[in-house]
Write a protein that binds this ligand. Structure first.
Ligand code: 5GP
Length: 120
């Protein structure tokens, strides 16, 4: 089956302050920071503070307040980055076939240029 949450994953270490990040937002439910290898003029990662491997776990196991708080943070960060007018893309890779590299649920926010059609 699916491996359990690994508390030594890189985003867990960022949450604990063991590894630095370029923070753009933090609240009780979420942390947002710039991706280390940006794929667009704006490329920010938003992660929940809880220990969830992917969105599937996050929705199944998390408190409604935590889920709502997380998505509120995603919208807030996009607005804060000035992407609300121009638009942006939110994406989450889940598991091996999607190429998920870090085992802590995260969404990517891409923006700052025309992104083109997403064909898978
Ligand atoms: P995934 O493929 O899991 O959806 O994406 C993981 C993302 O995390 C990648 O875009 C990668 O560049 C980013 N990343 C990996 N390690 C670090 C890190 O230590 N700091 C930051 N800010 N981003 C990271």
């Amino acid at each position: 089956g699916k491996p359990p949450y690994d508390p030594e994953n890189i985003f867990a270490r960022i949450l604990r302050g063991e590894i630095p990040c370029k923070r753009v937002h933090e609240d009780g439910h979420a942390l947002a920071f710039h991706d280390i290898a940006p794929q667009a003029p704006v490329h920010v990662l938003v992660i929940p503070k809880g220990e969830w491997c992917s969105a599937a776990d996050f929705h199944a196991g998390a408190e409604a307040e935590e889920v709502a708080g997380f998505w509120r943070a995603v919208a807030l960060v996009a607005r804060q980055l000035g992407l609300e007018e121009t638009g942006y893309r939110v994406l989450s890779n889940m598991g091996p076939d999607a190429g998920q590299e870090v085992g802590h649920f995260h969404v990517h926010i891409f923006g700052g240029r025309r992104l083109g059609r997403m064909v898978p």
